[in-house]
Design a protein around this ligand. Structure first.
Ligand code: HSE
Length: 311
C-alpha cells in the first residue's frame, strides 16, 4: 500500500443528452465533489459529509453511493480494508447533473488507488454503478461512465457492458443550469412508461444515430436536429416549472440544442463557443426567474479527464 490517504475530485455530468436516454452522457468541468479517503485499522466504512445540501444524504455505507461503491470494490478484490471517507459535496444532490455518480466515481477511484491500483479504470465502472443504483433505483451508466472516463460516452449495451468513447468536437461547449429545486431520480424513472410504441422507438433511434454521426463529423446542425427526446422529456418536462420557456430561451440565444439534464431539474444546452454558452446560461437563468425559480449556470467545454488526484 502506497499512501494512507488520498483526495479525489470527480466532476458533474449531463446524462441522456436528449436523444440518448440511459445511453449517452458527457462530463463537465464544474461543479465537482471532493472525496477524501483514509485507511482505517478496523474494517468497515465510516462516512462523514460536508458541503452543499449534504444533510439529505444517508451516512450508512450500504445506502450511500460512495460507501456502496467502495463495498462493491472491496468485495470484488476480496479485501477487508477499512476506510474513513469524507465527501465534500460541490454538486447539489437531486439536481440532475450526476451528483451521486460523482461521489461514487471519486470513491472507487480513490479506494482503488489506496488498495494498490489493482483494478483497471474500465473495471471500476461496475462498482461505481453499484453505488449509483442506491440513489437512482436502477442501473444506468450515463452519469458515472462520463465522470469516470471523461468525454462523451455511449453505453452501447448494459448486458454485457459495452462502453464507447464518442469523439468530442473542438468548440463544443456545455451550459448546465441548476434551478433551486430537486427531483428524485428514482421517482423520475418511475413515471416513465415501461413500453414505447414502435414508431416512437424508430424516431429515437434515428436521432441517436444522427447525434453520434454529428459528433463524428462535427456537424452541429445535425447534432441540433437530433437532440430531441421522445422517451423521457414528454413525461418529465412537467416536473420542471417553466421548462419549455427555458428551453426556448436557450435556442433563441443560439444553442445547438437544449434538453433536460438527466432526470432534471437541471437543463443543459450545447453551443459552439464559451461566450455563447455563457450568454445562453444568462438567458436560461432569466427564463427560470420568470417562472419563479432562482438558478445557477455552469458553462464549460466537455471535460475529457478521469477523476483528479488532488493529493
Ligand atoms: N438516464 C438517467 C435518467 C439519468 O434519465 O433517469 C439520471 O440522471
Amino acid at each position: 500500500m502506497v499512501n494512507n490517504s488520498i483526495r479525489i475530485r470527480a466532476t458533474a455530468s449531463v446524462a441522456n443528452v436528449s436523444c440518448g436516454f440511459d445511453c449517452i452522457g458527457y462530463a463537465i468541468s464544474d461543479p465537482g465533489d471532493i472525496v477524501k479517503i483514509e485507511i482505517q485499522e478496523s474494517p468497515g466504512i465510516k462516512i462523514a459529509m460536508s458541503g452543499i445540501k449534504h444533510e439529505s444524504i444517508p451516512l450508512d455505507p450500504e445506502k450511500n453511493t460512495a460507501g456502496k461503491a467502495i463495498l462493491s470494490l472491496l468485495d470484488a478484490v476480496g479485501s477487508k480494508q477499512g476506510f474513513k471517507v469524507h465527501i465534500e459535496k460541490g454538486i447539489p444532490p437531486g439536481s440532475g447533473i450526476g451528483s451521486s455518480s460523482a461521489s461514487a466515481a471519486a470513491a472507487v477511484f480513490g479506494a482503488n488507488e489506496l488498495l494498490g491500483n489493482s483494478v483497471s479504470l474500465n473495471d471500476l465502472l461496475i462498482h461505481g454503478l453499484a453505488g449509483e443504483a442506491v440513489a437512482s433505483g436502477g442501473f444506468h451508466a450515463d452519469n458515472i461512465a462520463p465522470t469516470l472516463f471523461g468525454g462523451i460516452i455511449l453505453i452501447r449495451s448494459y448486458d454485457p457492458l459495452d462502453i464507447l468513447n464518442l469523439p468530442v468536437p473542438k468548440n463544443l461547449f456545455s451550459t448546465a443550469v441548476l434551478p433551486e429545486m430537486t427531483i428524485n431520480t428514482k421517482e423520475a424513472r418511475e413515471i416513465l412508461p415501461k413500453n414505447i410504441p414502435l414508431n416512437t422507438a424508430v424516431q429515437q433511434a434515428g436521432n441517436l444515430a444522427g447525434f453520434t454521426l454529428g459528433l463524428h463529423e462535427s456537424d452541429f446542425e445535425l447534432l441540433g436536429r437530433s437532440m430531441v427526446d421522445h422517451f423521457a422529456e414528454p413525461h418529465r418536462a412537467k416536473l420542471i416549472p417553466g421548462y419549455n420557456k427555458v428551453r426556448q430561451s436557450a435556442l433563441d440565444s443560439g444553442a445547438i440544442g437544449c434538453g433536460i439534464s438527466g432526470s432534471g431539474p437541471a437543463v443543459f444546452s450545447l453551443s459552439d463557443s464559451l461566450e455563447k454558452a455563457e450568454e445562453i446560461g444568462r438567458a436560461m437563468v432569466n427564463a427560470f426567474q420568470n417562472s419563479g425559480l432562482e438558478s445557477k449556470a455552469y458553462c464549460s467545454p466537455i471535460h475529457t479527464k478521469p477523476p483528479e488526484i488532488l493529493d
